[in-house]
Design a binder for this molecule. Sequence first.
Ligand code: SF4
Ligand code: SF4
Length: 375
Amino acid sequence: MEKIAEYTSIKKAKEDSHAHRIPRPCGITVHPGLGCPNNCLYCYLIDFGLKFREPKPYKLNGFEVCLSLLYNKWFVPGKMGTFIAIGSVCEPLHPIFYEKTIDYLKSFAKYLENPMQFSTKMFLNTDQVHEIVEAVNQQPLNPLITIITIKNAKKLEPNAPSPDERFETISNMRDAGLKPVLFLRPIIPGVTDEEFEQILERASNAGAVGVVAGSLRISRKILERLKKAHIDLHPIKKRITKIKEKQIYLKATDLKEEALKIAREFKLIPFRSACCANAFNASVPCANVCWTTKFCTNCPNNCKQKQIHITTEKINQIVKRVLNIQSFSLTTHNDNIEIAIPKDAIKNLKIKPRGVSTLLKTLLRKKIKITYIKS
Ligand code: SF4
Ligand code: SF4
């Protein structure tokens, strides 16, 4: 790509945060825009200083963002590579960002071929859905459609399209051959759990293939906004010991499990995390190796059967190349790899342990544990 890139694009791509960030468990987040006019009361963006009223498309075009990702030493290109999560600090299919997101999808499909996903609350008509299908050009896409309440949507998501329109988006996607997944996140205790049955049944009838259930992030500001909208805060407050300025995940495993149980009744594939839905849609082993954790719901993707078979010698070579040091020892056992690094070698380690384990996890599809030993 560098050979066909202009100097200014190379400079922009190298300096951009997409070239440096360590991927999150669900993949590398890619931003077609910053900010969001939907103004959802539970949104965590405002705590990060991003303004709802000043959304801006991102400065890089699709080609440049691909280049930027390829400069990122933690990013693995290709179908078996790092999962790409589009959005996260914006609504990627809002009219302000729509063209940019289509450009990103086209470029990812053309230059990278990594499994990709977005989450959206937008209404997408059949023409728009076909535009998305053409953009991804048969590369894997995991479309997540967020619906967390029907009754309280106007209050909680004042500028977003109605849940009825979002159910229609699901139908349009399914008719176009995609496998849309309901994004039941964030589950707001006292709100979402009151409507589990209705939301899941309607999603299933609309053509969703599965559901990802997820918790709410809470901070003092988010609670204040919910209170102003007359949302009953008791079911939330009884799950937290102290309200903080900083965002924390609300403990809601019981609610997630309840939602997933109901989902099964409506023939929806239950997922405990978005990376699993992405793996399912791409038909590759989960890049976060979730089948070795309690996050696995034993979905039809059957990651265990799709594992990479690789010799210890090859693993050793890959680890050596990633760490760029000679002195380490390696223990492999089933899906686990333990790497012991002598403490005095750490200073030669120019890379961060979190990045190393994320990168190796993606490359090898094994659980990675790094320990430090006396030299
Ligand atoms: S649509 Fe998403 S990004 Fe936009 S305000 Fe709502 S939660 Fe935040
Ligand atoms: S088999 Fe388990 S780990 Fe793999 S995608 Fe399905 S739920 Fe996730």
